[in-house]
Design a protein around this ligand. Structure first.
Ligand SMILES: Cc1cc2nc3c(=O)[nH]c(=O)nc-3n(C[C@H](O)[C@H](O)[C@H](O)COP(=O)(O)OP(=O)(O)OC[C@H]3O[C@@H](n4cnc5c(N)ncnc54)[C@H](O)[C@@H]3O)c2cc1C
Ligand SMILES: NC(=O)c1ccc[n+]([C@@H]2O[C@H](COP(=O)([O-])OP(=O)(O)OC[C@H]3O[C@@H](n4cnc5c(N)ncnc54)[C@H](OP(=O)(O)O)[C@@H]3O)[C@@H](O)[C@H]2O)c1
Length: 388
């Protein structure tokens, strides 16, 4: 008979574990424009195992007010039974809109379906205009700022049945979150660091589905949050004597909290250097007490902080990296592993550029040599990124 460890994990993306959320508290302090939170998910007896660098997948539920709004504009009760693509059973429309389908990200497909389903003359003209090839770009931009309910308000009188309507919607996908705890220290828990997404577009307040599901709607102490562990290429070196340089502004700090906890628990001898940044020291120093304590105790060798809005010009993590270029270069020459986590669009690109600049300026390399050197660092797994 095979043992549990030889079997495939009992819970995965297709069979998530209904976990208990046991903690949900604000990391950002009063006065911050951000709502960044610490969550603890209980995975006791789930069979789920994780390693540092892994992410937790979470299946959210849509906000009931948003589901009701879509039902209203569809003139549906929610009790109608519908069948999702590739499914063999019917479920209620309310269940489909709450747990199975994304209420956001409409595409041109639904505009076409509304037109083909039959609409009043005035709406027909508007839809045809939106679908005209010469309006492609404008329509794309229009759709980016709309949810399905907005479309039904903008193009009233649609004849499409709820069943035909939902065939134009995408599946509600799980969201990933970098795990912020060490499995050695917390084998039965997973900690998360999440920036709650709330914004305003097209004259309306909007919410990110999963971050607000966890922040506002998932009840504490009930086994009902569907989760799974997503394995990652991102992780600690096996060699505990290796030095680590970690760049993680904002929520990017999450895996590095886990890395530090794990290395302290293992008694690792390698040095650790963290670059953290966010808007303001007073309000956005996520896990500040923990990192200051690690620094005082000698578990953290260097901590460089970049507060972007505490002065009238921006200071970012890459500015701190460049300020310490000589020492940073020496750490890498001594074999340090370099990690970056957080925003992909801007931060990770700029940090990557800083790394190349340091190779040129400190290593005396040409542009091509610097590119080749960074490529090799990646190949050796000494330059790892977890960016989103
Ligand atoms: C490997 C990995 C690890 C991650 N780790 C973390 C983590 O540790 N912590 C964390 O907080 N997140 C993390 N994320 C991001 C996370 O998965 C979600 O993408 C994030 O929480 C948003 O999901 P949501 O469901 O709340 O928002 P969604 O419902 O997905 O909405 C987000 C969308 O809203 C729109 N939007 C957001 N803000 C605005 C705005 N100001 N103006 C206009 N439109 C806007 C954009 O289209 C955006 O794509 C990670 C992602 C990956 C892939
Ligand atoms: N698409 C967007 O426009 C956008 C904007 C913000 C956040 N996000 C996403 O929101 C989520 C949560 O964000 P978060 O709270 O973790 O952190 P974040 O918004 O990424 O911010 C963390 C820190 O990084 C700074 N920053 C901004 N641009 C930077 C750059 N080019 N290089 C280095 N640092 C830079 C920010 O400064 P300033 O804010 O003062 O510039 C802030 O001090 C992430 O998924 C992120 O990708 C997206």
């Amino acid at each position: 008979m095979s043992t549990i460890s030889e079997d495939k994990p009992p819970h995965d993306k297709n069979n998530p574990f209904p976990a208990r959320l046991t903690e949900n508290w604000l990391l950002s302090k009063e006065g911050s424009i951000k709502d960044t939170r610490h969550f603890v998910v209980d995975i006791k007896d789930s069979g789920l195992v994780y390693t540092c660098g892994d992410s937790l997948g979470v299946y959210p539920a849509n906000k009931s007010e948003n589901v009701q709004e879509l039902l209203d504009v569809l003139s549906a009760s929610g009790e109608d039974m519908v069948r999702l693509p590739k499914s063999e059973e019917d479920i209620s429309l309310r269940e489909a809109l709450t747990h199975k389908l994304s209420l956001a990200q409409p595409t041109k497909k639904v505009l076409k379906a509304l037109l083909e389903g039959g609409v009043e003359e005035e709406t027909k003209n508007l839809l045809e205009e939106k679908l005209a090839p010469e309006n492609n770009e404008q329509t794309k931009e229009y759709l980016e700022n709309r949810e399905f309910a907005d479309l039904l308000l903008d193009f009233p009188g649609a004849q499409l049945s709820p069943q035909d309507f939902i065939l134009n919607m995408r599946k509600l996908m799980p969201r990933l979150y970098s795990i912020a705890s060490s499995p050695t220290v917390y084998p039965d828990e997973i900690h998360l660091t999440i920036a709650v997404v709330r914004y305003h577009t097209n004259g309306r307040d909007r919410v990110g589905v999963c971050s607000t599901y966890l922040a506002d709607r998932a009840p504490l102490e009930e086994s009902c949050v569907p989760v799974f562990v997503a394995k990652s290429h991102f992780g600690l070196p096996a060699d505990d004597s290796a030095d680590l340089i970690m760049v993680g502004p904002g929520t990017g700090i999450a895996p590095f909290r886990a890395f530090l906890q794990e290395r302290i628990a293992r008694g690792a001898t390698g040095r650790s250097w963290i670059f953290f940044g966010d808007q303001h020291l007073e309000t956005d120093y996520l896990y500040g007490d923990e990192f200051e304590k690690y620094l005082a105790e000698g578990h953290l060798d260097r901590l460089d902080l970049a507060w972007s809005r505490d002065q009238d010009y921006k200071i970012y993590v890459q500015d701190k990296v460049l300020e310490n270029a000589a020492e940073f270069w020496q750490w890498l020459q001594d074999g340090a592993y370099f990690y970056v986590c957080g925003d992909a669009k801007r931060m990770a690109k700029d940090v990557n550029a800083a790394l190349h600049q340091i190779a040129r300026e400190q290593g005396g390399m040409s542009e091509e040599e610097a590119i080749a050197w960074v490529k090799n660092l990646k190949k050796e797994k000494r330059y790892q990124r977890d960016v989103y």
